[in-house]
Design a protein around this ligand. Structure first.
Ligand code: NAD
Ligand code: UD1
Length: 337
């Protein structure tokens, strides 16, 4: 199958391209490089033996999309392209609604024009807002606490309405929990621009000496040790979830929604500990105020994906931290320009 992968040079997209190539799929990448580098392509080739066709362009550009669909005989789309920094989304909400919501609408309208009817969308556990309990199942109520989260929720709602009106389409909403880790080769990984917003890239940069200490956002939550608890999932497990979705649902019309998580919750301090063990480095930290908008705990009930997609996460915390460290220590400054 020939799959258009929007945002395919980003963190999750690049790992998914590798897993897809290994599974016999043929990815074609569209990315505008706003949060990635073209050297990622060399790494995909190095690890998988295949260099996917790359088109530098924007998902909001319908002409570019229609050209790709017409020339490349695309069977389905995995739509990763989007912006994901919560803090920035509060400062620049229009940028988020334009890129994430409008981008998806342009993509779907181009797909409709050419008759491609299978779409897998990158959603997030952020659509559960502050969940009333854990673990979280797909039928929990949804809500948003910031423009990034609202953009994901809006896209989910737009796609739900669209699928209802076009019942022959197959649309899959994959709600990711907290992707971490890297390809075990140490050649691909997460390469955030500027100061990392998320825990694991920050911890890695402290371990390598790029930052002095980690600020732990609060130790007075009602959790096992007072720090926030999340469902960290290895990025390769997450990538495999996309392939499972294409395999099981690609030809099955309907609107399908799945949690992609492990079902385990780890605290910030447990993650720091695990990282110290994997890296053999100390990760100094200071406890600071809670981060506004944070929740105490969040982890998935992933059993629906296991039942329907025959998928479950298999990589443990040790692989997540060891693989992150391999990437960070081999590529202290990320990908080359
Ligand atoms: P990323 O920033 O590494 O990758 C996104 C890629 O999309 C980048 O290469 C970027 O250049 C590209 N892009 C952005 N806007 C574009 C546009 N308009 N046109 C073309 N390309 C564009 O992010 P990621 O972590 O790989 O996330 C991928 C998707 O998964 C995003 O939609 C994100 O919101 C979602 N998601 C990520 C996480 C996470 O923690 N990483 C969690 C839940 C959901
Ligand atoms: C964040 C986003 C969420 C997004 C997700 C994945 C917020 C409020 N939420 O979720 O919308 O879907 O990333 O991209 O930003 N932590 C520290 N110190 C740090 C960084 C994080 O203590 O420097 C703690 C946090 O308080 C939290 C845990 O580590 O308890 C995980 O944080 P993070 O990696 O940012 O993920 P989420 O908060 O789950």
């Amino acid at each position: 199958m020939r799959i258009l992968v929007t945002g395919g040079l980003g963190y999750i997209g690049s790992h998914t391209c590798i897993q897809m190539i290994e599974a016999g799929y043929h990815p074609i990448i569209l990315d505008n490089l706003c949060n990635s580098k073209s050297s990622v392509l060399d790494r995909i080739k190095e690890v998988s033996g295949h260099r996917p066709l790359f088109i530098e362009g924007d998902v909001r550009d319908k002409r570019v999309l229609v050209d790709i669909f017409q020339q490349q005989n695309i069977d389905a789309v995995i739509h990763f392209a989007g912006l994901k920094a919560v803090g920035e989304s509060v400062e620049l909400p229009l940028r988020y609604y334009d890129n994430n919501v409008n981008g998806t609408l342009v993509l779907v309208s181009a797909m409709q024009e050419v008759g491609v009817k299978t779409l897998v969308f990158s959603s997030s556990a952020t659509v559960y807002g502050d969940p009333a309990s854990v673990p979280i199942t797909e039928d929990f109520p949804t809500s948003a606490t910031n423009p990034y989260g609202r953009s994901k929720l809006m896209v989910e709602e737009c796609l739900t309405d669209f699928q209802k009106a076009n019942p022959e389409w197959s649309i899959t909403l994959l709600r990711y929990f907290n992707p971490v880790g890297s390809h075990p080769s140490g050649r691909l990984g997460e390469d955030p621009l500027g100061i990392p917003n998320n825990l694991m890239p920050f911890v890695s940069q402290v371990a390598i000496g790029r930052r002095e200490f980690l600020s732990v956002f609060g130790d007075d939550y009602e959790t096992k040790d007072g720090t926030g608890v999340r469902d960290y999932i290895h990025v390769l497990d997450l990538s495999d979830g996309h392939i499972a979705a294409l395999k099981h649902l690609g030809k099955k019309s309907g609107l399908h929604t799945y949690n992609l998580g492990t079902g385990n919750g780890y605290s910030v301090l447990e993650m720091v500990n695990a990282f110290e063990q994997a890296s053999g480095r100390e990760v100094p930290y200071k406890i600071v105020e809670r981060r506004s908008g944070d929740i105490a705990e969040c982890w998935a009930d992933p059993s629906k994906a296991e039942k329907d997609l025959d998928w479950k996460a298999t990589r443990n915390l040790q692989s997540m931290t060891a693989d992150s460290w391999r990437w960070q220590s081999n590529n202290p400054d990320g990908y080359p320009d």
